[in-house]
Design a protein around this ligand. Sequence first.
Ligand code: SF4
Ligand code: SF4
Length: 369
Amino acid sequence: MQETEAILNARREVEICNACRYCEGFCAVFPALELRREFSGGDLSYLANLCHNCRGCYYACQYSPPHEWGINIPRTMAEVRAESYEEYAWPPGAAKLFERNGVVVALAVAASIALVLIVAMAIGSPGAFFSARPMQPGAFYSVLPLLTMQIVGIASFGFALVALWMGARNFWKDAGPTEKVGVTALGIAAWDVLTLKNLGGNGNGCNDNSEAFSMRRRHLHHAMFYGFMLCFASTCSGFFFHAFLGWHAPYSLFSLPVVLGTVGGVLMTVGTVGLFVMKLTDDPLPNARRLLAGDVAMLLLLAMVAVTGLLLLAVRSTGAMPLTMAIHLGFVLALFVVLPYSKMVHGVYRSAALLRRAVERNMKPLGGE
Ligand code: SF4
Ligand code: SF4
């Protein structure tokens, strides 16, 4: 990481924390910083991505504003995190996409929807595009051929996976050498990721707006994450039905792809809308407000993927199906395109940071026995 103002401020704050240690039982960040005497840019990026922004340390800190030291770990870590997304972006020129990220996500959405609509209308006549189609196997593919969907979907999602992998690799290298990753560390990290342990605050939850604790943020994150995974499982099961059983969409309401997609879509909607409301109403002081536009744009994009997917299910036997399907696929394409260049990268870097923390767990803290 470059020596930016955010890095210099983070170093000043964590050095004070390392002397104070009042918050060492709050989360994984404090035990990890206590293992270090000096903090390189890579160390600070690691700590920043380990921070889950629960804000417990901000409300507990006797040196937070208006104290002259102005310790504000959640905001400082959020600023370093944002810089780490730019620093590790792949290909390197893509770092600029994290500046004015809300605008980038909005433009990607507009361009993707326009592209899908143009292609769908060019394939059939505009008149046919707005007419109802009988709900028989293959009805969706009369709007957009399956091969077109497969090529665009695999290419955009495949590129996103490569870019995310390269970013995670850059992050891991910058955090410095560490012990070999073993199966136990992988298991611990997977558990921490899947349970969002660090949003649990030792059973109390996060501080959303004040010193009062709540599990709301953790539950909403779970709804969004598991909703997304169920939608992904729905797509995979649909692919299995099509490719191996010869059963073509649309499927019945009680089929596996539809049940998984419906439950996943509802969970995603609840999680994203709930987190969106929290973003707009939570205490601004521990937040890095300049990141708000990108965070909100990503939440809205995820919400629209879920809502238009549910809407498509509701209107699939009407004349609104082709237009709804094209808009839904436009949102999905936009999601794939911006995946490595949006707030979504935080899941990858945070998981990598938790894995690193699991590897370090047996190291002795400074001043330890
Ligand atoms: S956040 Fe404040 S109270 Fe907590 S360890 Fe740092 S300086 Fe101490
Ligand atoms: S905001 Fe929460 S997760 Fe981040 S350092 Fe403070 S206590 Fe730990």
